[in-house]
Each structure stands twice: as structure tokens, then as C-alpha cells.
Write a protein that binds this ligand. Sequence first.
Ligand SMILES: [Zn+2]
Length: 252
Amino acid sequence: MITAIILYCLPPPESGYRLNQILTKTQYDPDRGGYNLSLVRDWRRRAPARLPLHVHTTLEASIEGFLDTIEKIDKEYPIRNLRWTLIHLDQITPSQIERMKKLGMYTAMHTRPTIMGGIFNEIHGERSYSMPPLKMVQDSGITWGFGTDTTVVNQFRPFTTLYWVVTGKMVGGTQVLRQTISREDALTAHTRKNAYFHFQENNLGSIQPGKLADLVVLDRDYLTVPADQIKDIKPTMTMVGGKIVYDAAEAR
Ligand SMILES: [Zn+2]
């Protein structure tokens, strides 16, 4: 259902940034309609076919280039309601978020600083503390959720992610993010909002009649536990489709 186009993602030590910078310089030509990659030509076929699109992009300049290109496509084939999404968005600016809202796009904020925040700080200095700018994105009102990028470049434990979002700390406890958000907003982005990226909002993301009973029972209350303990939360039971598939009491 979802077709992802993956651009510019490399494992450490490149972190995607150097390649991204190289491609930004060599492939982006605003006088010729934005990015000239062959993949972009495929995007022009996606809009009239009503297909979704996910594009990984990190730097301010590359986000700018993709938005220039997508705005041109939108003039020909409106993309609103197609759930076209830019992913990562480490350096997205307020004006770029507004452009995305106007287009009806979504944002997927990737959580690599949970393990790579120190590298980002070495490369980007002060700006790294707002990479990605979670609070700005949350306050903008755009539909957004979380992504891991891949398990090659990131960890995937949800409570490690939520610990970073709420406290700004990566694994090990170093502060790497200042744009933290509330526990409630973080949980909503990780559950209800993420369901939209899969066109599964009628089945997943919240516990409601008529939805799949995919859920976990936790060993402590995420909403009230001290923030530094969020990373330590463990499931005591897991249900998939209403069936218990893990029970900590039986696993002992
Ligand atoms: Zn990526």
C-alpha cells in the first residue's frame, strides 16, 4: 500500500549529511524545475495515479528543493489527501512547514538522535539541539508522526524514543534536544497519528470499538512516571488482534 522512496540515507559515520550536501549541490537546479533525479520524474506519475509518496530529506536546502518540485507537481495534479510525506526534516523551518500544510502534506519525524545525537552535535553544533524541531512541528498543527528511518541507523524501542522526545536525552542520558514536547503529544504522534501514514486510522492507533485490539499492558504509568524512567517502561502483556501473544508472567 505504502510505497516509500528512500533518498540520501546512509549509516554512520556519514549520517546522510555529506551525501545529502553533495546531491543538493549537484542535482538541484531551481531554473530547471527543482530536482532532476530520475526518481522525481516518477513523482509526476504518482500524483495522477493517486499514489502516496514518502521522501527522506534532512537538510534545510534539500527540503527547500523538494518542496519547490512538489509545488510544481501540485499545480498540475493537486496532491492534497494523497498523504505525501517528507521524512526526517531535521532542519525544517517554519516557512517550510507552512508550505507543507498548504499542500496538505504530512511530516514524519525520525528519531535517530536517540543514538546519534552526539554525532549530530559534532557536525551541526548549536543547531543540533533543534534537530528535529519537534516542538515547532507540534505547535504548527500539521499532521505528523514518528519514524525510525531504518533499524540499521537507529534503535526501534518506542519507550527509548518517547524518553528522548520528552526529556531531550539520548541513550546514556546526554541532552541532545531542546525542542521537547509533552508526553501526551508524543504518545499521540507515536500511535493515532502514525496510523494515518499507513492509511490504517480506522484499524490502528487507539483502543476503540471496531479497531484491531493490538495493544500492550505496561509495568508502570507512562503519563505519571518520572520522565527519566520512561525509557525503562516494559510491557507485561502484548495483544495482537485481540489475542495474547506475550505474557510476562508466563515468560518467567
Ligand atoms: Zn532516511
